[in-house]
Design a protein around this ligand. Structure first.
Ligand SMILES: *[C@@H]1O[C@H](CO)[C@@H](O)[C@H](O)[C@H]1NC(C)=O
Ligand SMILES: *[C@@H]1O[C@H](CO)[C@@H](O)[C@H](O)[C@H]1NC(C)=O
Ligand SMILES: *[C@@H]1O[C@H](CO)[C@@H](O)[C@H](O)[C@H]1NC(C)=O
Ligand SMILES: *[C@@H]1O[C@H](CO)[C@@H](O)[C@H](O)[C@H]1NC(C)=O
Ligand SMILES: *[C@@H]1O[C@H](CO)[C@@H](O)[C@H](O)[C@H]1NC(C)=O
Ligand SMILES: *[C@@H]1O[C@H](CO)[C@@H](O)[C@H](O)[C@H]1NC(C)=O
Ligand SMILES: *[C@@H]1O[C@H](CO)[C@@H](O)[C@H](O)[C@H]1NC(C)=O
Ligand SMILES: *[C@@H]1O[C@H](CO)[C@@H](O)[C@H](O)[C@H]1NC(C)=O
Length: 313
């Protein structure tokens, strides 16, 4: 009798741990925090079974400081660099951060959320104010600017590099490259390839991507194809889909079909997929904490088996 119950317990343990083991590389996946009038929506993204590992807020402000997600502060433009540095230093000293995102869409207008910087200003501020954070005692990893995914973006990056080299022969020392893409999958793959060719030694963080203004079914297929691709692409270190909000909060450029949440805060098909779907226990329509409950149940079953075995012995 006892042998049977110990065998049963062993099987339950194995099942419990194989459920917990992720079969895909979900660990790169993160969250773009755009602000919300429904803060409880974020419980889905930060719950214990959520596969998301990191997030950013376009600022040095860690909006989800109670969660286990890694926070990456951003220095949005040159004007806020001086103010951003002291809070980044203090977060680095307390061991809270490892990476800093530098400049949001410097080739883009401020109306569309860009920082509208000349490559030369950007390079000067980078070298004077930002790059020293790479040194001891902070030792932070700094990104190259995330431009728009466009020929303008590429030109801006090239000019930034040339400005850096004009100012100092070593150029602007950087540790990774942040990138954005809005459009279909072939263009996304090609944009990443172009950036990788330009900076072959730097890992890439794709910090915004989406397929704007397409029907839901096509948008879903895009996300499905893209995240599988990013999960297996060695030089992509982290990525975050631009859709962690309700349909009603989407901007006019992306349109509502990119959203991970419907207007009541429940997961859309894309939302369930991005949170790992059946693998992690997130289903369409879920809201609140969401996620898998099997580990708790299997531990409970194990406890019952052990107690029964002891009673019977
Ligand atoms: C599984 O996920 C964890 C944490 O999210 C990560 O550290 C680990 O590398 C992942 N394993 C594989 C095989 O991707
Ligand atoms: C940056 O500029 C230097 C000096 O002109 C050049 O050697 C290097 O190839 C450039 N790198 C990129 C990525 O443009
Ligand atoms: C770098 O310096 C060269 C030579 O002085 C100049 O022609 C070029 O325009 C400068 N590039 C930038 C981006 O400032
Ligand atoms: C996507 O949905 C639209 C209706 O919203 C339909 O007309 C179209 O055929 C669907 N496309 C595919 C590829 O399923
Ligand atoms: C999602 O992508 C995976 C991997 O590319 C593929 O096997 C699967 O069929 C796709 N799922 C849907 C619903 O299209
Ligand atoms: C996980 O990532 C590694 C290295 O990037 C890759 O070789 C492997 O194919 C990926 N696995 C899956 C299931 O995507
Ligand atoms: C979207 O466009 C409509 C009509 O042009 C406008 O009234 C609305 O304010 C815009 N919404 C956003 C978020 O820009
Ligand atoms: C989960 O599995 C069900 C049934 O197999 C399937 O219909 C659904 O599309 C899956 N959901 C995700 C997000 O993969």
């Amino acid at each position: 009798m006892l042998t049977i119950f110990w065998t049963l317990s062993y099987i339950l343990l194995v099942v419990r741990f194989s459920i917990a083991e992720n079969s895909t590389n979900l660990s790169k996946r993160g969250l773009v925090y755009i602000g919300t009038s429904h803060p409880s929506d974020y419980q889905l993204f930060t719950s214990r079974s959520s596969p998301l590992t990191w997030y950013y807020t376009f600022a040095t402000w860690p909006a989800l400081s109670h969660s286990s997600l890694d926070f990456a502060p951003m220095i949005h433009g040159t004007l806020d660099a001086a103010d951003a540095v002291p809070s980044i230093k203090s977060m680095a000293s307390s061991g809270g951060i490892t990476h800093v995102l530098v400049y949001n869409e410097p080739d883009g207008s401020t109306e569309s959320g860009g920082s509208n910087l000349t490559p030369d200003d950007a390079a000067r501020t980078y070298l004077d104010t930002i790059a020293p954070l790479r040194d001891a005692p902070y030792n932070l990893k700094m990104s190259l600017p995330s431009t728009t995914g466009s020929p303008n973006g590429l030109n801006w990056l090239r000019e930034f590099n040339s400005s850096c080299h004009n100012i100092t022969s070593g150029g602007c020392p950087s540790d990774f490259l942040a990138a954005h893409w809005y459009g279909g999958f072939p263009g996304l793959a090609s944009w990443l390839g172009t950036l990788h060719q330009l900076y072959p030694t730097l890992p890439i963080w794709l910090t915004e991507f989406a397929l704007p203004a397409f029907p839901e079914n096509i948008t879903y297929d895009f996300v499905n194809q893209t995240i599988s691709y990013l999960d297996q692409l060695d030089y992509v270190e982290r990525y975050s889909y631009f859709g962690t909000f309700r349909r009603e909060a989407a901007n006019n450029f992306t349109g509502p079909n990119v959203a991970m949440l419907d207007d009541s805060g429940s997961l859309t098909r894309i939302g369930a997929l991005y949170l790992g779907g059946n693998q992690t226990g997130f289903a369409v329509g879920m809201k609140g904490m969401g996620g898998r409950t099997e580990p708790v149940l299997s531990w409970l079953a194990l406890a019952v088996a052990v107690v029964t075995a002891i009673i019977l012995a």
